[in-house]
Design a protein around this ligand. Structure first.
Ligand code: UDX
Ligand code: UDX
Length: 461
């Protein structure tokens, strides 16, 4: 089939390349001419594992192409996907201006009987909004609008597309359903297909993300409880997650959820609840708790490591999660800001995300191309993103490089015993802080919500 994709971002580019891999001919349109020119050279504007190879392959096969001309993009296509940005407005509602712009752009050039497929995450009712915009511009409703939300996680987007848990096809006209079935026919049998109305498909996406965000937020609060009572959150979540009604995934505590989806989708879900008089108090609470977490952990770093203005901290990881270069609403970026505000010199390293982070933090922090240089001479270190580079960190070398002894592992990546043997005071999430006593004996002490009862709180061990 011949398909068009409006928007060559994290989702549009990945989805377009995957649809081409399924055998379709996909023309990806973007208003950013420089981005189109870059993509025509198979130079990717984003980091997504495997996408480079997939774009090269489908580009050279002729099944994938890029354009900044809308007519060229949507002539003779059976479906036009919209995957433009849908960021938050100040009140938490979704900014649909890019969706509206894309709808206006499509309307003037659409062939009759084409299906407009909304891929971006949008508020419930957006399909109807797009239908009105396009019908008004065309003076007739000789087209269809469908909703096909994506469930792609950055860092595993290609496998999430090729082996989805389910495919959600939202349509209000059988003809649109037939076209969607044909598009996803190559994935027949790979995953169950959920057929819904467009409104239910839109709600499904927001509900799924709101629930996943709530799961993460709950895991973070259980971690806080474990720290207060001397529990081990990893052991607790392993045992809790064995319940098939709960499931182990998305129960890993950390610095809080970030990215371009959970934060904005939870705000949009809560906004929809408020505006439709169906308050989402659970998700409102999730949002408030998550927003506060990076500042709370920053205070913990300052107090537990006994830091003072002018001290230095190495911040390992600024991407909102591993295997992406995306720093949008990354909790680690918030920790960098909080420490800087406290007069701390922050040394930043990240394997992929520093170019994006540098555009935001600039000279507020210092940038290092490798972790050991970032660790050199610092008073404390923080692992904030679960990159394998940090999982494999040579802790003995790290301890030798550092001036202080405190290592905060906010992703529970590292082995406490190895950290201890390297001579570090190892702080993690939801587990005991471990440290050598002056006589070399080892003991575990429990951080009480950020203030340690042992000498380290009064200065450096
Ligand atoms: C977007 C939405 O933000 C998200 O809600 C949804 O889940 C997936 O699609 P993302 O792909 O990360 O996420 O957006 P972004 O990386 O900002 O890319 C959007 C692209 O659309 C940009 O390249 C932009 O230039 C392009 N665009 C934007 C258009 O081509 N036309 C427009 O009118 C506006
Ligand atoms: C999410 C959804 O998973 C995906 O289905 C949707 O299409 C887009 O939004 P993404 O934001 O790319 O995907 O990453 P995800 O892996 O969901 O992680 C989101 C945030 O939650 C990250 O900051 C991550 O570090 C955090 N997280 C995730 C946790 O803190 N603990 C977990 O157990 C899982």
């Amino acid at each position: 089939m011949k398909l068009a994709m409006i928007g060559a971002g994290y989702v549009g580019l990945t989805t377009g390349a995957c649809l081409a891999e399924l055998g379709h001919h996909v023309v990806v349109f973007d208003i950013a001419r420089d981005r189109v020119a870059q993509l025509r050279r198979a130079a990717l504007p984003i980091f997504e594992p495997g996408l480079d190879r997939l774009v090269h392959k489908t580009l050279s096969s002729g099944r994938l192409s890029f354009t900044d001309c809308i007519k060229q993009a949507i002539e003779n296509v059976q479906a036009v996907f919209i995957a433009v940005g849908t960021p938050s407005l100040d009140d938490g509602d979704i900014d649909l201006s890019q969706i509206d712009a894309a709808a206006h752009l499509i309307a003037a050039n659409l062939d009759p009987q084409t299906v407009i497929v909304i891929k971006s995450t949008v508020a419930v009712g957006t399909a109807g909004r797009v239908r009105e915009i396009v019908a008004e511009k065309r003076g007739k409703a000789d087209f269809f609008v469908a909703s096909n939300p994506e469930f792609l996680r950055e860092g595993s987007a290609i496998s999430d597309f090729m082996r989805p848990d389910r495919i959600v096809l939202g349509y209000d006209d059988e003809q649109a359903g037939d076209v969607l079935d044909a598009i996803y026919a190559p994935l027949a049998g790979v995953a169950p297909v959920c057929r819904t109305s467009t409104a239910d498909a839109e709600l499904t996406k927001h509900t799924a993300n709101a629930f996943l965000a709530m799961k993460i937020c709950f895991a973070n609060q259980v971690a806080d409880l474990c720290e207060a009572v001397g529990g081990d959150v990893n052991a607790v979540m392993e045992a809790v997650g064995r319940d098939s009604r709960i499931g182990r995934s998305f129960l890993n505590p950390g610095p809080g959820y970030g990215g371009s989806c959970f934060p904005k989708d939870t705000r949009a879900f809560a906004h929809t609840g408020r505006s439709k008089n169906a308050p989402q108090s659970l998700i409102e609470s999730v949002i408030a708790t998550n927003v506060e977490r990076p500042a709370r952990l920053s205070r913990r770093i300052l107090s537990q490591a006994g830091l003072m203005r002018g001290d230095a901290v190495a911040l390992l990881g600024v991407a909102f999660k591993a295997n992406t270069d995306d720093v949008r609403e990354s909790p680690s970026m918030e920790i960098a800001r909080e420490l800087t505000k406290a007069g701390i010199r922050v040394h930043v390293h990240d394997p992929q995300a520093m170019p994006n982070a540098r555009r935001v933090l600039g000279h507020e922090v210092d940038w290092f191309d490798n972790p050991m240089d970032a660790l050199s001479g610092v008073d404390a270190a923080v692992v904030a993103t679960e990159w394998d580079d940090y999982r494999r960190l040579d802790l003995r070398r790290a301890a030798e490089c550092m001036c202080g002894r405190h290592l905060f592992d906010f992703r529970n990546l590292l082995d406490p015993a190895k950290a201890r043997h390297a001579g570090l005071v190892y702080h993690s999430i939801g587990r005991a802080t471990v440290n050598f006593k002056s006589d070399g004996a080892q003991r575990a002490v429990w951080s009480r919500g950020g203030v340690l009862p042992f000498p380290a709180a009064a200065g450096r061990p």
